[in-house]
Structures are given as C-alpha cells and as structure tokens.
Design a protein around this ligand. Structure first.
Ligand code: PGA
Length: 235
C-alpha cells in the first residue's frame, strides 16, 4: 500500500528534516515495508537518503529559465528527486492551473521517468449535480494524461473533502474508486480529510491502494500510525 503526506505550505527546512528523521526512525523500528511518500514544501527539499520517497509538490515543466517563482528540473535533480505531485486541487483551483497546463507538466515529467502522483476530484457542486455531471467533470481531468504510464499513481481527492473534516461515505468511495479503476489500473489513493480515526477503514476498502494525507500528516505520530495501518492491511 501507499501512504503519502502532502505537507503543503507547512514545515520549514529544519522542521522537515526533523519530521523525516522521526519518520525514518519509526519505519525502520517497526519494519514498515509499505511505500511511504512525503511531499515537502519546495524550499524544504533536500537530499534525503531515506526509505521514505521524497517528492516535489510542484515544478515547472522546464529544465531552467525565466519563470519567476517556479523551480525547474535542475532544482529537482540537485536533490535527486524523481517523484512529483501533479494536478492537486489547490493548484487547479487556487493557483488556476488549467487541464492543458497540467497535461503538459504531466507529459514533461513522464518523459523524464518521474513517478507521478496525479490528483483528480470534484468540487461539491459537481457532486451535488449527480453522478453523470460528476463523472464528466472527473473524466475531463484525465484529458491529455497517459493512464497507462507505469510510474503513475492516481489520487482521488474530492475538493470538498480536502481540509474540511468531511469525507465521502465508504459506499461513495467504493463506487467512485470502482469507476476510476476502469479508467486506469494505476494504484489509486484516496485523499481528503484522512485522519488516524478513519484511515484504516478507508484503506481497507476495495480498490483503495493507499491514502494521500494533508493536515493529519503534519503530526508525524499520526502519519506513522497510518503507515502501521497500511502494513497491517497489506494487500
Ligand atoms: P487533507 O488534504 O488531508 O488536509 O484533507 C489532503 C490533500 O490535499 O492532499
């Protein structure tokens, strides 16, 4: 299973180093063999010689150049980073990334052989409009994306569940994951208000291959506990 922490705009470089050290200590003491990912803030990236796979939350699809405020491939290469999060709803909705720009980014990093955690998910009004509207919206997020890419991991994250404490029912997660597995055989994570108290039952659901965790992952002990759940479930 896959347990991934999206640290978003949290934890400084120093704090991230401490976080990853504590996590590593735990993973080795508990013999965790699951795939554990951490996505630190850009300025907290570093060379981590760890079991934990450290990835970038974002980068511009270019080696280097004049793209103020962005980082490029050179900056990831410096730290040997080969994993990237693409299509997160905060980048789609707050930073205004279009599907076209997202697909371009996807293809750039795919050509370079990166592991890509690709996020999809609907806002509340699309869910409330019924399953056809909702699926049409999610389908559009697959445009330009190679769903057969061997280093692809998909994360289904309903926008209304992110950071809100709200989660879909287990039946809803089962239903949407079943649909999404028809579109791609890639490992499929659930994300959106995953906490210690719901992580295990969510991970136990069919077609859920792991979780992508935001706020709850900021507490390293909680994140470690989720890794234990994944190890217990190992499927
Ligand atoms: P959350 O965030 O766990 O705080 O809801 C999840 C995510 O945005 O990946």
């Amino acid at each position: 299973m896959i347990v991934a922490a999206n640290l978003k705009t949290n934890l400084t470089r120093k704090q991230t180093n401490i976080y990853i050290k504590e996590l590593e200590k735990f993973l080795s003491s508990e013999n965790i063999t699951q795939d554990i990912f951490v996505f630190p803030a850009t300025s907290s990236l570093d060379t981590f010689d760890t079991q934990t796979i450290v990835g970038a939350q974002n980068a511009y699809p270019v080696q280097n150049g004049a793209f103020t405020g962005e980082i490029g491939l050179d900056h990831l290469d410096e730290f040997g980073i080969k994993t990237i999060l693409i299509g997160h709803s905060e980048r789609r909705h707050i930073l205004g990334e279009s599907q076209e720009a997202i697909a371009e980014k996807f293809n750039y990093f795919k050509e370079l052989g990166f592991t890509i955690v690709y996020c999809v998910g609907e806002p509340l009004e699309k869910r409330e409009a019924g399953s056809n509207v909702m699926m049409e919206y999610i389908n559009a997020q697959y445009e330009g994306i190679d769903t057969k890419y061997e280093k692809l991991i998909i994360a289904y994250e309903p926008v209304w569940a992110i950071g809100t404490g709200l989660t879909p029912t287990n039946e809803d997660i089962l239903a949407i994951h079943r649909e999404l597995k028809k579109k791609s055989q890639a490992p499929l994570l659930y994300g959106g208000s995953v906490k210690v108290n719901n992580a295990k039952e969510i991970m136990a659901l069919q077609n859920v291959d792991g979780v992508l965790v935001g706020s709850a992952a900021l507490n390293v002990e909680d994140f470690c506990q989720m890794a234990v759940f994944a190890e217990d479930l190992e499927k």
